[in-house]
Design a protein around this ligand. Structure first.
Ligand SMILES: Cc1ncc(COP(=O)(O)O)c(C=O)c1O
Length: 381
């Protein structure tokens, strides 16, 4: 039987697609300029966040000791849920151990055919994160992928299925994590109203950077008259781990009774939830930092354009640099690493075939000098 796994690994190896855990400079203290991490607001090492985590460990212990439905329902979690729901203008909120777990478990549950009575139709942006796809796939729902950020394609598909009276869902990221571009959320919301569809938004990369006080892009358009579920993570700009889901009371109660990833998993660690709670409070006051990161991003995009690099449709702190092919992306990443600059090489299957790129993620810790180093390294490619 083990042969089958070996064959799988060999096939990846021969096509240069074998992933390896990084060793060397990417472990331990940073000795390079890091444009690969998602710690956009530098919260992972914020002393107030660390201190809140330490206090929580002393008060609650390092673990929740059980599922929230058994021994793990700490007051800390309920307070954080209430705070996030209030800030995001949502009826309620539910915490998860990770963004992946939330997307996977929530979508698989919301799309359950036996609950809905019919197989749902899911209109799904082609560039959505794997965790969103895994949840939809597991549910067995009919999936209709629309071209990345293409309202016209989404409209066509919805029109084609207009007279099919099955539950409809539209699933999208608000800020796309690999390309740094925005979904047209206000227009998608209108389509949800017209077609009576539920909108599921992943705010993993927008949380902390976009929207009023960094509360996300879903706060920036009208959310009346259609069902809305918003997932956001604590693992990017908030520097820690875990996720939140903003939804109605009914959806929360349903998930507490249905979502295996919630029911059968030990509740998040009080340490990570206390860190997330402190980072959430700090994030709201970081308008200056947000402005600075986005200013750096504008400057970098301008410089890249002048040097004939293609940064696609990025309009955020996440900037792709398109490469001709996978090998070129990996070679470029390695050359930059030798020059002390860490970026991610993003290849299929993370992104569609033929769209390999370097991914540069800017953070509050970057200086003009760091950007110069990156540009200098890129010019040697
Ligand atoms: C868009 C998106 N959603 C969800 C996730 C998963 O979040 P987490 O890392 O908290 O599991 C990621 C992680 O990279 C992501 O980019």
């Amino acid at each position: 039987m083990l042969n089958a796994y070996e064959k799988y690994i060999c096939a990846l190896d021969t096509t240069s697609k074998l992933r390896k855990l990084p060793v060397g400079p990417t472990l331990g203290p940073h000795i390079f300029t890091d444009f690969a991490s998602n710690d956009y607001l530098g919260m992972s090492k914020n002393l107030d966040v660390i201190s809140a985590a330490q206090d929580a460990a002393k008060e609650f212990g390092v673990g929740a000791t059980g599922s929230r439905l058994l021994t793990g329902n700490l007051s800390l979690f309920e307070a954080l849920e209430a705070k996030i729901a209030k800030d995001k203008g949502s009826e309620t909120c539910l915490l998860f151990n990770s963004g992946f777990q939330a997307n996977h478990s929530v979508l698989a549950s919301l799309l359950d055919e036996s609950t809905l009575g019919e197989k749902p139709l899911v209109f799904f942006d082609k560039y959505n994160h794997s965790s969103l796809y895994q949840g939809v796939w597991q549910s067995g729902a009919e999936i209709l992928r629309f071209k990345h950020n293409s309202l016209s394609h989404l409209k066509d598909l919805l029109e084609r299925y207009r007279h099919i009276d099955r539950p409809k869902f539209i699933v999208t990221e608000s800020l796309f994590g690999m390309d740094g571009d925005f979904a047209p959320l206000a227009e998608i919301a209108d389509l949800c109203r017209i077609h009576n569809a539920l909108l599921y938004i992943d705010e993993a990369h927008a949380t902390g950077i976009f929207g009023p006080q960094g509360l996300g892009l879903a706060c920036e358009f009208g959310t009346e008259n259609f069902p809305l579920v918003i997932m956001g993570t604590f693992s990017k700009a908030l520097g820690g781990s875990g996720a939140y889901l903003c939804c109605s009371h009914t959806v929360k109660e349903y998930l507490v009774n249905k979502a295996p990833g919630f029911i059968y998993s030990t509740a998040p660690s009080p340490v990570s939830m206390a860190a997330a709670s402190k980072a959430w409070d700090l994030m709201k006051a970081m308008n200056g930092e947000r402005k600075r990161i986005l200013g750096l991003a504008d400057d970098l995009r301008k410089e890249l354009k002048e040097s004939d690099f293609d940064s696609g449709s990025s309009r955020s702190h996440i900037i792709p640099i398109r490469m001709a092919n996978e090998n070129q992306a990996v070679a470029a990443k390695n050359i930059l690493l030798e020059a002390g600059v860490l970026v991610s090489a993003i290849r299929p299957p993370t992104v569609p075939v033929g769209t390999s790129r370097l991914r540069v993620a800017l953070s509050v810790n970057h200086t003009d000098r760091d950007i110069e180093c990156l540009l200098k390294g890129l010019k040697t490619l």
